[in-house]
Structure formats: structure tokens, C-alpha cells
Design a protein around this ligand. Structure first.
Ligand code: BES
Ligand code: ZN
Length: 460
């Protein structure tokens, strides 16, 4: 059936620079959820989302939680039509290392087609595109072709506990819908949209190795006392075989679901080039688990990586000191059917078992999220794919991703509806890195894609 959106698309053409300015205001709020120093800003940011939802024409509520509030909005004026639940997050990652940014990370800067700011693509730009699409349709027509609900959380980057509790307690009451639409990921590449059907899970750990009761002279005491930094290096070295790339924690692979043949074949046919991939990253060689391609390693094999490491003297010149403590943050990306709690236990047991004598080791689980594979069949998934084709001129490829969005697994489990992971970013958007960006053309095309999705879902 022909689906018309030209009225709204014309309005977007007229209003898009206003949308961009509003996105910049959103990006100016430093909503770093993981660092308590930003608490006020994270709260202010939730208020900005509510205000934007209000002015779009949604009925809103700032839902208080144990953690940061959820920004909720809905428009339910089409009783015989399906309901789409749009999800995004208003929190962002920390900005460090700050000296590598070309500009203030919270002063969004246009560089050609790129809008550079923390949160530009992850996830303010993408989530805002969803909201602006609804705003544009309501402004043009005074009504929507489907019902919509929006839930925008403020803790995605720090584990997503508040929304998890809310979704479970709600049990599909207020959040009842026919599909969830998540825009918090990337397209496969320039001009090639994607519909994701898998995300990795995550288990984040912190190790603290404690030795003597104070930093010691490394000559007077060295050799006679265990060095926590050496001990930590030893522990970390046991985690992974550097030849085969296998994780050495006993039981780690027990529940890993092997890749399906159709996935391996499909991914091998995608236009991925290791040489370009290396060039973009400034590398001359790749490294990972033996027997798997780059895309397989990134999307479907579990990993264990140090994310932070500190101990001892780090100032200029040399200080001969035997540090009293050493710490590391380690994250493991999980794939179906690994379970975060079980992996945390296996990790802790292994770290304690390989710890050398003379130090005590504390292992703490910081947060976890389950891996997911979602169904992408049915009329609403078809509508999402067709909407992407309308805008990009190409059907999306069905792929998995190595990132995690903790609430997605819970949505699938509690709401029992298709989860449509419609990413608008690009693989080189530098999320979590300095100079994060979102292409302005992708912001506009993201808005257009959601407008098409609304119109197509209304006919589905
Ligand atoms: N938007 C990302 C997840 C993502 C990235 C999906 C790239 C697909 C492609 C999300 O905001 C994110 O970074 N999540 C964290 C979650 C964690 C802190 C629990 C992640 O994956 O590190
Ligand atoms: Zn994100």
C-alpha cells in the first residue's frame, strides 16, 4: 500500500535547523550519570527531555526512581492502531581524556556535516530524532497514525538499574505496546542501514590488590615484600591466552551459543574490509580469538578486557616506590546464553585462585546486563525495514553488535514484543571516545526514518 509522508517531510525541511539548535541545547547539559559530581546536571537534563516532550504534544510524567528519573511521555489518540514504545537515554559517558577533545565536549560544534559533542550520537542525537519525528507529525497533522509512548532513561551508561526495576514492576501495564523502537546503535556503514537482532551482555568487575600498610621504599623493601602492582599484572595476564585469544576463566565458554551457519555466511558477504578497519583505527594488525573473523569476534564472541588500570607513581620522572595497592576495572562482553551473575562468580573465583601469595585481593561486581537476540519478524519489523529503505534507498542488513543496552533484554522478556533496533549512527561516530560526533545528515534522516515508520506502522 502506498504510504504518504510528504506533508511532514516538507515541514521537516522547513524546521530542521530549529531541531538542530534544540539538539545543541540538549547536548550542552553535561549529564554524566556515572560520576556523582554531575548529579544536578543529570537531573536538569531529565527536565529538558520532559519539556521537549511537552512541547511535542505528549502527555508527560517525570517518573521518580531509586536512581535518576525516567522521562516518560505518551500520545494515545489512535485506539484501534498499534502502539510503539520509543526508548532512548539522556545520560552520557564521561569525557576523559579531556585534552584530546578539539572543543569543549559540552559545547556542540559543527564541523562540516559532523556535530561534535559528548552524547551527539550516544544517545541524545538519536533519541531526539525519534522525538522530533513525532513532534513534526503532530505539528503538521494534529494527530499520529499510531499510538506512541516514550521512555528515556538517565542511567544507561552506568548499568540501567532504575529502568530495570520500573519495567519489571510495571509488567507491561503502562508500557504495553506492540513493538519497542530503540535508536541507540549504528548503521552498518555509510548509506547502509541495519536492523540489529543481537546485542552483547556485559559483566563489569573491579579488582583491588592490597599489600603492605603504606607505600614502601622499593629498595629497602623490594624483593622481600609482594608488590601489588606486580601481583595485579600477574592476575590480568592469566585471564586471556595471548596466542589463541581464548579467555582462560574455567567455565567461561560453557554456555556460549555457537554462531549459526547462516550468520557466518551472511556476515562474510557484508562489505567489511579488515584493511580499511585497521586504517580507521590507526592499526597495522588485528588481534582476537583464533578461528573467527573480525565481525564474528566483535558481534558474537565473548571478551574480557581491562578498561582501567592504576597503581604506583604516575608523575614526571622516577619515584622508587613499592605501591601499597593496585586496581583494575575489567569488563567482559557476553553472548547468549552466558549469564552475568554466573560469569561474575567464575571471574571472582578465578582471580582469587591465581592471585600470588603476599597480597589480599578484593573483587567486586559493579554491574551486569544479559546478552540478547531478538525476533525481527512480523509487520512492524517489516515497517521498520521499509522505512529505512524509504530514506536510505537500501534495505537494512540484519546484523548483531558488540555493544550493550541493558534494558533491551528486559523489554523482550517482560513485554514479549518485537524490539526494533533502528540505529542512525555510523561506525566511526567515536562513541565513548574524544570528539564523539553525529552526522547532521543522519540526524535529519533519522527523523525522516521515524516519520516513515510511524506512517507505515499505521497501515501495518
Ligand atoms: N549505544 C551504546 C550501545 C551500542 C553501541 C549498541 C554501539 C550498538 C552499537 C550504549 O549507550 C552503551 O554504550 N552501552 C554501554 C552499556 C554498559 C555501560 C552497561 C556499553 O555497551 O558499554
Ligand atoms: Zn547509548
Amino acid at each position: 500500500m502506498a504510504v504518504e509522508s510528504s506533508d511532514v517531510l516538507a515541514r521537516i525541511e522547513r524546521d530542521k535547523s530549529t531541531y538542530l539548535e534544540e539538539l545543541k541545547d540538549y547536548l550542552r547539559i553535561p549529564s554524566v550519570s556515572t560520576d556523582p559530581a554531575y548529579e544536578k546536571e543529570v537531573l536538569r537534563c531529565a527536565g529538558y527531555v520532559i519539556q521537549q516532550m511537552d512541547s511535542a504534544g505528549l502527555t508527560t510524567e517525570l517518573i521518580e526512581t531509586e536512581g535518576y528519573p525516567l522521562a516518560y511521555g505518551e500520545w494515545l489518540g489512535a485506539p484501534d492502531k498499534p502502539t510503539l514504545l520509543f526508548y532512548g537515554h539522556y545520560d552520557v559517558q564521561p569525557v576523559d581524556p579531556i585534552e584530546l577533545w578539539r572543543h569543549d565536549p559540552f559545547e556542540p560544534t559543527e564541523e562540516g556535516d559532523e556535530l561534535v559533542a559528548r552524547g551527539a550520537t550516544d544517545d541524545k542525537g538519536q533519541s531526539f530524532a525519534q522525538l522530533k519525528a513525532v513532534a513534526a507529525v503532530l505539528a503538521e497533522r494534529g494527530r499520529l497514525p499510531v499510538n506512541v509512548k516514550f521512555i528515556v532513561e538517565g542511567e544507561e551508561e552506568s548499568g540501567g538499574e532504575a529502568i530495570e526495576a520500573f519495567v519489571r514492576a510495571d509488567g507491561g501495564g503502562r508500557l504495553a505496546c506492540e513493538a519497542v523502537v530503540v535508536s541507540d546503535s549504528s548503521m552498518f556503514g555509510p548509506g547502509q542501514p541495519s536492523l540489529l537482532y543481537g546485542l552483547k551482555g556485559l559483566q563489569y568487575m573491579e579488582i583491588k590488590v592490597v599489600g603492605p600498610n603504606r607505600d614502601l621504599h622499593s629498595g629497602t623493601f623490594g624483593g622481600a615484600v609482594a608488590n601489588p602492582a606486580n601481583a595485579l599484572a600477574h592476575i590480568i595476564a592469566q585471564l586471556r591466552d595471548s596466542e589463541t585469544g581464548k579467555i582462560l576463566i574455567p567455565g567461561f565458554y560453557d554456555k556460549v551459543r555457537p554462531l549459526e551457519d547462516w550468520e557466518r555466511e551472511g556476515w562474510a558477504a557484508l562489505p567489511h574490509d579488515d584493511v580499511e578497519y585497521m586504517a580507521e583505527l590507526g592499526l597495522s594488525e588485528l588481534s582476537g580469538e583464533q578461528g573467527y573473523t573480525t565481525l564474528e569476534r566483535a558481534w558474537a564472541r565473548p571478551t574480557c578486557d581491562v578498561n582501567g588500570l592504576w597503581s604506583g607513581y604516575q608523575g614526571a620522572g622516577a619515584k622508587t616506590v613499592l605501591p601499597a595497592e593496585a586496581s583494575a576495572k575489567v569488563s567482559m562482553r557476553l553472548v547468549p546464553d552466558q549469564e552475568p551473575e554466573e560469569i561474575a562468580r567464575l571471574f571472582s573465583d578465578f582471580v582469587q585462585a591465581v592471585a600470588p601469595p603476599g597480597v589480599t585481593v578484593e573483587v567486586e561486581a559493579i554491574h551486569g546486563a544479559g546478552p540478547v537476540l531478538v525476533e525481527i519478524d512480523g509487520p512492524l519489523a517489516e515497517a521498520a525495514m521499509a522505512a529505512q529503505e524509504d530514506v536510505w534507498g537500501k534495505l537494512p542488513v540484519k546484523i548483531r553488535e558488540g555493544g550493550s543496552i541493558p534494558i533491551v533484554g528486559t523489554f523482550a522478556e517482560v513485554l514479549e514484543v518485537p524490539i526494533l533496533l533502528v540505529g542512525m549512527g555510523l561506525p566511526d561516530d567515536r562513541l565513548h571516545s574524544p570528539n564523539e560526533k553525529f552526522n547532521i545528515s543522519h540526524f535529519y534522516n533519522g527523523i525522516r526514518t521515524i516519520v516513515r515508520l510511524l506512517d507505515r506502522a499505521g497501515q501495518a
